[in-house]
Design a binder for this molecule. Structure first.
Ligand SMILES: NC(=O)c1ccc[n+]([C@@H]2O[C@H](COP(=O)([O-])OP(=O)(O)OC[C@H]3O[C@@H](n4cnc5c(N)ncnc54)[C@H](O)[C@@H]3O)[C@@H](O)[C@H]2O)c1
Length: 273
């Protein structure tokens, strides 16, 4: 099988939620390919979430790793619900690393599987604020640092593409980003900026460890009964972070220069059933 290598030397790439999971994997891969990186993540777990998000120590460790791989870096504690912090992050990135070439909106939260009757307003607000308002606010400021075209890549989910029961807030937030992607693609094409979404099925990350904790629950069984298995490949329960970072790098590369407004299912067949 052919191997693919990219050269992002001279490119500046910003990634949210970069301290762990898919974001950390992308940061390492882009650094290996020569990019400079602006990385941000949360300082503390948001109220209402029943698993831990990253710690400042985790973001510092990823920054150290990518610096050792040769990247120049900016890193900052940013909550993607906070426009002031976002503005400060992109301003610091532009001042230290120059114009932005690629923005990867990766930060996200999963607020749980539960029937709508047991879903709180707090869970709804949290999912919408992080997974939908976050991409809006971050893209708004990221594109102001894109001077000579650019790429916006938003990490959606198979929950952006099909109905999956017992996840109303997550589903609504992830469907919402597709509307934003299509609109932004039209609006930003005159500036040479492409905007796309990648929609993974379950992937091996800390977020999946949280989901797996609930695996024995009635709701996950019901999710599987109504929406089927998360992959159609025998023996494959989830995809890997490299499956998402590979697609991200392709979208960021010259090969995808005219790809815009798309939502790609990286779903091991989940949504075709
Ligand atoms: N892992 C999966 O199964 C899966 C499947 C489909 C889509 N996704 C999406 O992929 C993206 C990455 O998920 P992951 O699996 O790596 O999850 P993860 O929990 O392992 O990592 C997500 C990162 O986002 C950060 N984050 C959360 N809220 C934030 C906020 N308000 N501001 C800044 N940072 C914040 C977390 O601290 C964490 O470091 C998310 O958008 C998620 O919805 C994940």
């Amino acid at each position: 099988m052919a191997s693919v290598t990219y050269d992002f030397t001279g490119s500046t790439i910003a990634i949210t939620g970069a301290a762990r999971g898919l974001g950390a994997h992308m940061a390492r891969e882009f650094a290996r390919a020569g990019a400079d990186l602006a990385l941000c993540d949360l300082e503390k777990t948001p109220a209402g979430l029943d698993y831990d998000t990253s710690t400042p120590g985790e973001l510092a460790a990823i920054e150290e790793e990518v610096r050792e791989l040769g990247a120049q870096t900016v890193s900052m504690a940013v909550d993607v619900r906070d426009e002031g912090q976002i503005q400060e992050f992109f301003a610091a990135a532009a001042s230290k690393l120059g114009d932005l070439d690629v923005f990867v909106n990766n930060a996200g939260v999963f607020v749980g599987n539960m029937p709508v009757t047991e879903t709180s307003e707090e869970q709804w607000d949290l999912a919408i604020d992080v997974n939908l308002k976050g991409p809006f606010l971050c893209t708004k400021h990221a594109v102001q640092s894109m001077v000579d075209g650019g790429r916006v890549i938003i990490i959606g989910s198979t929950s952006s593409l099909i109905g999956i029961p017992y996840q109303v807030p997550y589903q609504a937030s992830k469907h919402g980003v597709i509307g934003a992607v299509r609109t932004l693609a039209l609006e930003l094409a005159p500036r040479g900026i492409t905007v796309n979404a990648l929609c993974p099925t379950v992937a091996h990350t800390p977020m999946l460890e949280y989901l797996a904790r609930e695996e024995a629950s009635y709701y996950l069984d019901e999710v599987a009964r109504l929406a089927g298995a998360f992959t159609i490949f025998p023996g494959v329960e989830a995809i890997e972070p490299e499956d998402v970072s590979g697609a991200t790098m392709w979208l960021a590369s010259p090969a995808a220069r005219y790809v815009t407004g798309a939502a790609f299912a990286l779903d091991a067949g989940y949504t075709i059933k």
